[in-house]
Design a protein around this ligand. Structure first.
Ligand code: GTP
Ligand code: MG
Length: 201
């Protein structure tokens, strides 16, 4: 059967499933601990479009390295082999800790997984994914603004104007920003010929 996908990617615990619940209205499982969503989970929306809730991409405490790599490879393989059928990708990250996490990695000579993933999606799908910069309720306004600026700078290879209109500060907890994210998802899907993307079945 021919299927098209609206995929949500992101690190463990970023809030992918929470955003799907709030924005798309699907009853997906969310959880306090990283590693809640274990499988690539598909849900039928309308007209051949399926929503895909991904497991978290990256380190999870208590999960073995081989199992983690297997999950990671499965995600990469899904995205690469379905690139033609991916109507839209939405990357979700915890923006409240972005700089702290990124600096810690950069000290070790590593790149942020969120930056890597956004760039991987852009290359693989041939267009910049939408980004839900989640958990803005968890830090002060100034800190969130600084984190957002650095994140945009890094995903765009120092050309933040290129990603203007793609990054949405949101909180799945308070609902802030979710309307704008929903409108953007809707607009992108409608542009590609989907009529009622948020109606299930
Ligand atoms: N404070 C706050 N907590 C949030 C927000 N969004 C999600 N959470 C919490 O973060 C935790 C993880 O949420 P999930 O939606 O399960 O995260 P996920 O990205 O699907 O995680 P995995 O399935 O493990 O990859 C839960 O305890 C949520 O309640 C937010 O905007 N603010
Ligand atoms: Mg999940």
């Amino acid at each position: 059967m021919y299927e098209e996908y609206l995929v949500f990617t992101g690190r463990p615990n970023a809030g992918k499933s929470s955003i799907i619940r709030e924005v798309v209205g699907l009853d997906v499982v969310t959880g306090k601990h990283p590693g809640t969503t274990r499988r690539i989970s598909k849900y039928a929306l309308s007209g051949g479009l399926f929503l895909v809730d991904m497991p978290g991409f990256g380190r999870i405490m208590g999960v073995s390295k081989p199992l983690e790599n297997m999950r990671k490879n499965r995600i990469i393989r899904f995205l690469e082999s379905n690139a033609q059928n991916i109507a839209l990708a939405v990357h979700v990250l915890d923006i409240s800790t972005f700089l702290e996490v990124t600096w810690r990695l950069e000290k070790k000579g590593l790149i942020s997984l969120d930056v890597e993933m956004v760039q991987f999606l852009a290359e693989t799908l041939g267009e910049i994914p939408l980004v839900a910069a989640n958990k803005i309720d968890k830090a002060g306004e100034d800190e969130i603004a600084a984190n957002l600026e650095e994140f945009k700078y890094r995903i765009s290879d120092a050309q933040p104007l290129v990603v203007k209109g793609y990054v949405f500060p949101v909180s799945a907890r308070t609902g802030k920003g979710l309307g704008a994210l929903k409108s953007a998802i809707h607009a992108r899907l409608v542009e590609k010929g989907y009529r009622t993307p948020f109606k299930t079945r």
